[in-house]
Design a protein around this ligand. Structure first.
Ligand SMILES: Cc1cc2nc3c(=O)[nH]c(=O)nc-3n(C[C@H](O)[C@H](O)[C@H](O)COP(=O)(O)O)c2cc1C
Length: 349
C-alpha cells in the first residue's frame, strides 16, 4: 500500500502540473552590481550545516524510498551528493520500518561518501493513529539504516487531509518532537506549506536543531493528492485538493518567520542557482531542492550532477553580480521585494 503510494507520488510529480500557482522566489530581485570588484574564481561556496562541511549550500530534499524505482532514484541522487559534497535526505522511512525487506531502497545511499545524510520520518507516525506510534527503537533503526547524522521530522498535515487514506491525529505532536529531539539531532521540515513564526518558536523550545521551511511556491502536495484522489474517483478529497492547492506560507516569507536562532534551510519551489541565492539572502544557511531533481534522478547520477552543476554555476553568477565573495555575504546583497511576497514579509509572522 505505502509502496504503491510512493510510486504514484513519483510518477505524478514527474508528469503532472503539481506546482502552486505562483512561485514567490520571482518576487525577489537583486540589485545588479555592475562593478563586482572581485574575481569570479575567488567565489567561495563552502559552508557548514550541523557541524558538517559542505562544498555548496545545497541539500537534496527528502523524496523517496520503498520501491525499486525509489532505490534507483536514491542511488542517482547519492552519486551526485557524493561528487558535489552536499547534503542529502531520503524520503519517509516508514515503509522500511514496517517492512524491513525494503531497507535497501534507503540504505543504498550508505555506499556513498556524503557529508550529511538525513533520515526521515513523518510527524503523524510519532503519535498513535490507526497503527501504533514509532518510538526510539524505530527512530534509531531509521538513523542507522542510512548512517545518518540527523533526522528530518516532516510535517504534512494538509497532505494527510487530502490523501484518500490520510492520518487525522495531531494532538501531542510537539511533545513527541521534543522527546525525540532529546535523543537525536532533529530538523523539522514542512513539505510545501511552510513554517509559521509560532511554530518556529515552539520548535526551538522543543529542542530541534534546525528548521527546513518547505514553503509554498513549488510542489503542492494538495495537487499531488488531488491527482491520486481523481484516480480512485474520491470526489471529496479531489475537492479539498483543489481548494487547498495554493495553501501555505510562501517559502521566502517562511525563512523570515523562522529566524529564531536556529539554522534555517530554505526550500519549496527552488528551481535554480538564482533561487538558491535568493533563499540565502533571506536568511537561509542552505537551500533544499526536491522536484526539480526528480526527472534527472530517474535518468542517471550524471544527469543529476549536470542539473546541480548548472545550479552551482548560476549561484556563483548571482554571487558575483551582487559582490558576494562568500555564501553569507548574500545576506547583505541589496534587493527589492515585490508583491505579493512583500505583504507576507511586512506581516512578519
Ligand atoms: C515525489 C516527492 C516525494 C516526496 N516525499 C517526501 C517524503 O517522503 N518526506 C518528506 O519530508 N518530504 C517529501 N517530499 C517533499 C519535499 O522534500 C519538499 O519539501 C517539497 O517537494 C517542496 O520542494 P520542491 O518544491 O523543491 O519540490 C516529497 C516531494 C516529492 C516531489
Amino acid at each position: 500500500m505505502i509502496e504503491q503510494r510512493k510510486e504514484e507520488h513519483i510518477r505524478i510529480a514527474e508528469n503532472e502540473k503539481v506546482e502552486s500557482e505562483h512561485n514567490y522566489w520571482d518576487d525577489i530581485k537583486f540589485v545588479h552590481q555592475p562593478l563586482p570588484e572581485l574575481d569570479f574564481d575567488q567565489i567561495d561556496c563552502n559552508t557548514s550545516l550541523l557541524g558538517r562541511k559542505l562544498s555548496f549550500p545545497i541539500i537534496i530534499s527528502s523524496m523517496t524510498g520503498g520501491t525499486q524505482l525509489a532505490k534507483k532514484i536514491n542511488r542517482n541522487l547519492a552519486v551526485a551528493a557524493e561528487k558535489l559534497h552536499i547534503a542529502m535526505g531520503v524520503g519517509s522511512m516508514r515503509a522500511a520500518l514496517e517492512k524491513p525487506e525494503l531497507a535497501d531502497t534507503f540504505s543504498v545511499i550508505s555506499e556513498f561518501n556524503i557529508p550529511l545524510k538525513i533520515a526521515n520520518i513523518g510527524a503523524p507516525q510519532l503519535i498513535q493513529q490507526s497503527k501504533g506510534a514509532f518510538g526510539s527503537l524505530e527512530i534509531e533503526k531509521a538513523i542507522t539504516m542510512i548512517d545518518a547524522s540527523a533526522l528530518y521530522i516532516h510535517l504534512n498535515f494538509l497532505q494527510e487531509m487530502v490523501q484518500p487514506e490520510g492520518d487525522r491525529r495531531a494532538k501531542g505532536i510537539l511533545k513527541r518532537i521534543s522527546e525525540v529531539s532529546a535523543s537525536f539531532p532533529v530538523i523539522v521540515k514542512e513539505t510545501g506549506n511552510g513554517i509559521s513564526r509560532e511554530a518556529a518558536l515552539e520548535l526551538k523550545d522543543a529542542g530541534v536543531k534546525g528548521i527546513d521551511v518547505g514553503g509554498l511556491g513549488g510542489t503542492s502536495f494538495a495537487a499531488i493528492e488531488y491527482y491520486r484522489a481523481m484516480k480512485v474517483n474520491d470526489e471529496e478529497k479531489m475537492s479539498s485538493g483543489n481548494t487547498f492547492w495554493n495553501w501555505g506560507i510562501p517559502s521566502p516569507a517562511s525563512i523570515v518567520y523562522s529566524q529564531v536562532g536556529l539554522p534555517v534551510i530554505g526550500s519549496g519551489g527552488l528551481r535554480n542557482g538564482l533561487d538558491l541565492a535568493r533563499a540565502i539572502s533571506m536568511g537561509a544557511v542552505a537551500g533544499g531542492f526536491a522536484r526539480t531533481l526528480l526527472n534527472s534522478a530517474d535518468e542517471s547520477g550524471d544527469a543529476v550532477i549536470k542539473n546541480l552543476s548548472h545550479t552551482i554555476r548560476d549561484l556563483k553568477i548571482a554571487m558575483f553580480l551582487t559582490r558576494s565573495k562568500a555564501v553569507h555575504d548574500l545576506q547583505k546583497a541589496r534587493k527589492v521585494i515585490l508583491e505579493p511576497l512583500k505583504s507576507w514579509i511586512d506581516y512578519n509572522g
